[in-house]
Design a protein around this ligand. Structure first.
Ligand code: TYD
Ligand code: MG
Length: 469
């Protein structure tokens, strides 16, 4: 009998009966690979995964019936803290037993390092070990890294293995509190008839690891490789299956790394964790504003410090603008780290409301430190940076600016001004330009400035008047 096969896209997991050059689902070229069509084991594992997941929906109660909201206990379950406060925060307050976490990122960014170091020196686990399974490096290689990281834990077990069945056996034997699988793409099950690393393998092994995680209460961390465009390789369903998806990012030319959650069943996805890669592994950066402002030029025109709220934490970052006269018919408009359309809008408002002729100029706007500013609270700062560069006049280097700018040049309120201003005060800022409309809320929040002078402005024109005249 002829074995049935399908063509599965290695990028998105879609399956087709015949080969095509381009996947009709995700539009990627050359991603379709012929795989055995494995109906039996797949459905069995999926059903088991479904049952295990259903069990995990029940909290601790034996009963499963509809509950009235007021009879459900609010108390949160136990969580393991990791060695990093930054990692705990991104996870939503520590590791939830039985949860499945996927962590993706470019090769060499530090995924293996963060998972080894993050689970070092934990006392709360008592007699349950941490099991680190590597399908990429030998035990000796892992030992070398551990030595470099100064790890001496006796309850950190290293298992160089890529057979799913062998891993499962080990897990059942040692009953770890935490299982780390580095990476999911290297795990291979003999019950699935396709090549290691293929979509079917990755999907099935993940489904089975979910069963283990939920039934044995083992918190499981899966390292996932990323594709050229930066998403986790393998089927999209992988991200749907797991509880939490984290991305570890950073520019290759600097040592700073940002960990962010893009999905989290147990916490907010707005939190970021900041780390620095050093000789002795990853060091957490507890005050990111400091590093983002480290190399700021003093007394240069076109630089302004703004404050962005990332999750529950304010981060101060520098916005730089360069406005220089252009001989191009269509002057250049380039932005990095800030929305291009937002900058076009600010340029239009500056021309119309302040009467500054920016049209014959090339304009560049950059956010220092590789951070992306997505929030409107940075508008006023970006507008002042543009005006400062155009006039070639530096602003006070100890000035913080926050506020959203509307189309009529009005300065609109921002959220959590008290958090932003206390961060600025901590870092030695002396004055702040803020939306006038936020002052009332600021007063109610109980924020008392020590040295910081706070000025409320209603319009962009007022702000320019105050800091640039
Ligand atoms: P690694 O955790 O292996 O990355 P990933 O698992 O994401 O591929 O980190 C690899 C890089 O980090 C490597 O280029 C060396 C560097 N590194 C340090 O700079 N210091 C250290 O202490 C360690 C362990 C790694
Ligand atoms: Mg690695």
């Amino acid at each position: 009998m002829k074995n049935k096969t399908v063509f599965a896209c290695q990028n998105c997991g879609a399956q087709f009966p015949k080969w095509m050059g381009k996947c009709p689902d995700c539009q990627q070229w050359n991603t379709l690979v012929e795989e055995a069509y494995a109906e039996q084991p797949a459905t069995a594992a999926q059903a088991k995964g479904h049952a295990a997941f259903r069990q995990s929906l029940r909290d601790d109660s034996a009963e499963n019936r509809p509950f009235r909201l007021d009879e459900i206990e609010e108390k949160e379950g136990f969580r393991f803290p990791t060695a990093y406060a930054e990692l705990n925060r991104v996870l939503g307050g520590g590791v939830v037993p039985g949860s499945l976490v996927l962590i993706g990122g470019d090769p060499g960014i530090g995924k293996s390092t963060i998972l080894m170091q993050g689970f070092t020196g934990l006392k709360e686990l008592r007699d349950r070990p941490i099991l680190y399974v590597s399908g990429e490096e030998s035990a000796k290689q892992i030992k070398l890294r551990a030595a470099r990281l100064g790890m001496k834990d006796s309850n950190f077990l290293v298992h160089a293995e890529n057979s799913f069945e062998a891993i499962l056996e080990t897990v059942q034997k040692v009953k770890p509190a935490i299982l780390i699988v580095d990476s999911i793409q290297t795990v291979f099950s003999t019950q699935v008839q396709s090549a290691p690393g293929s979509v079917s393998q990755v999907r099935e092994c993940t489904a089975r690891l979910m069963v283990t995680a939920k039934t044995l209460g083992v918190a499981t961390f899966l390292v996932g490789h990323v594709t050229k465009d930066g998403s986790i390789a393998g089927p999209k369903v992988l991200e749907h299956m797991v509880d939490t998806v984290l991305y570890f990012e950073g520019a290759t030319h600097n040592a700073y790394r940002i960990l962010r959650a893009v999905k989290n069943r147990f916490g907010s996805t707005n939190e970021i964790g900041v780390f620095e890669m050093t000789q002795a592994g990853l060091r957490e950066v507890t005050n990111p504003s400091e590093i983002f402002l480290q190399e700021r030029p003093v007394n240069a025109a076109g630089t302004v410090v703004v404050s962005a709220i990332e999750g529950s934490r304010p981060i101060l970052v520098e916005v730089q603008a360069l406005v220089s006269s252009s001989n191009l018919a269509t002057p250049r408009r380039t932005t990095l780290g800030i929305d291009h359309n937002k900058v076009s809008l600010l340029i239009a408002v500056i021309e119309k409301k302040l009467g500054l002729p920016l049209y014959g100029h090339d304009i560049f706007v950059n956010v220092a430190g590789g951070i992306r500013l997505d929030e409107p609270g940075a508008d006023l700062g970006a507008a002042l940076a543009l005006a400062s560069s155009h006039r070639n006049k530096p602003l006070n280097p100890k000035l913080l600016v926050c506020g959203e700018v509307g189309l009529t040049g009005e300065v609109r309120r921002v959220s959590q001004l008290d958090l932003r201003l206390s961060e600025a005060e901590k870092l030695g800022f002396e004055s702040a330009i803020v939306p006038k409309s936020s002052l009332e809320a600021l007063e109610k929040s109980g924020f008392k400035p020590r040295k910081l002078e706070i000025h409320g402005v209603r319009t962009l024109g007022e702000a320019v008047e105050r800091v640039l005249s």
